[in-house]
Design a protein around this ligand. Structure first.
Ligand SMILES: Cc1ncc(C[n+]2csc(CCOP(=O)(O)OP(=O)(O)O)c2C)c(N)n1
Ligand SMILES: [Mg+2]
Length: 275
């Protein structure tokens, strides 16, 4: 696909297929995190099939845009995206979470296309800032995208990073929040309420945009808006549904980190349109 010509229906088709591949990957492993992988499918597709400058055949191309998956437990959506983009053979998805596999349960730098090992929440945005600051000093021109979880941003380090990015005017940093309203043990609003979230990021000096995180047109226009912002970093609040696409997983904390059993897997695949 030519990355700049957008065919929304084609992207939607990819999203349906990716959801099935994510579930199959977790099902075959017998463990993993479906909820926060399914919520981020459209975001990853919009980045890797539309927005980012990257070369799957040369993952260390110096001018590539960087993507940091800060919520590293949602590795299945990253691995499925990278495999489909040609960073490594799709066949390898079968080795997810198996002994000796580079497809470790949490996003692992040994996988082609991965910039940073993550899983200990709260660190990704700081690293994104460091990469962007280094590039600014060296006058290198690329963007750094960072996907965060809404439970994750309860970690204080995110707010230190928020100050750092605006202090250094890191306008090549685009943080995207997977605002699925659910964390590991329940609703974010009950565990530690974050509202008014957009106001908080604005007050920390970020250009802040709120969108429907399953609507490709909205994601694409927010990512394009980011390109026009000068002198400040951009924060995109992508409102999503945890477990999106599978009725019995949607909005359910119990599907944060659990593999479906055979009957659940088959039901989910059926709901997603079958094999
Ligand atoms: C520092 C740290 N504390 C706790 C955990 C355990 N943990 C893994 S995922 C998660 C919840 C994350 O929720 P959220 O950021 O909302 O992720 P999503 O809903 O997108 O899956 C927690 C507490 C961790 N990985 N790292
Ligand atoms: Mg969440």
């Amino acid at each position: 696909m030519d990355t700049k010509k957008v065919d929304i229906e084609e992207l939607q088709g990819l999203a349906r297929r990716f959801r099935k591949e994510i579930l199959r990957t977790i099902y075959e492993a017998g463990s993993g995190h479906p909820g926060g992988s399914l919520s981020a499918v459209e975001i990853l597709i919009a980045l890797y099939y539309y927005k980012m400058k990257h070369k799957p055949e040369n993952p260390s191309w110096p001018l590539r845009d960087r993507f940091i998956m800060s919520k590293g437990h949602a590795s299945p959506v990253v691995y499925v995206t990278l495999a489909n983009r040609g960073y490594f053979p799709k066949e390898e998805l079968k080795t997810f979470r198996k002994l000796g596999s580079r497809l470790q349960g949490h996003v692992h730098i040994g996988v082609p296309g991965v910039e940073l090992s993550t899983g200990s929440l709260g660190q990704g945005l700081s690293v994104a800032n460091g990469i962007a600051l280094g590039a600014k000093i060296k006058k290198e021109n690329f963007n750094v995208y960072c996907l965060l979880g809404d439970g994750e941003i309860q970690e204080g380090q995110n707010w230190e990073a928020a100050m750092t990015a605006s202090h250094h005017k890191l306008d090549k940093v685009c943080a995207i929040l997977d605002r699925n309203m659910v964390q590991e043990n329940g609703p974010v609003s009950e565990i530690k309420n974050e509202d008014p979230l957009a106001d908080k990021w604005r007050s920390f000096g970020w250009h802040t945009i709120e969108i429907d995180g399953h609507d490709f047109k909205k994601i694409i226009s927010a990512l394009d808006e980011f390109d026009t912002v000068r002198g400040k970093p951009t924060f995109i609040i992508a409102r999503t549904t945890k477990g999106k696409g599978v009725s019995f997983m949607e909005g359910q904390a119990k599907w944060h980190g659990k593999a479906p059993k055979k009957d659940e897997y088959e039901k989910a695949i059926k709901e997603l349109g079958g094999e």
